[in-house]
Design a protein around this ligand. Structure first.
Ligand code: SF4
Length: 62
């Protein structure tokens, strides 16, 4: 599983980092993906963060 953040959509709300700090880290005005691939034990949280993102900036592949 791979997570991708579209910085054109991200509003830097920090929600993804709160939900899944293993994978997402807020850097300036865009969340960065710091774990690629997503660790198996973080997949559930990564999917939750993707669904919770207010601007649908996160995409999950694989
Ligand atoms: Fe950006 Fe979405 Fe993460 Fe908020 S939840 S920081 S909008 S990627």
């Amino acid at each position: 599983m791979k997570a991708i953040v579209d910085c054109g959509l991200c509003i830097a709300c920090g929600l993804c980092e709160n939900v899944c700090p293993e994978v997402f880290k807020l850097e300036g005005d865009c969340a960065q993906v710091i774990a690629d691939p997503v660790p198996a034990d973080a997949e559930g949280q990564a999917v939750q963060a993707t669904g919770d993102c207010p601007t649908t900036a996160i995409k999950i592949e694989g």
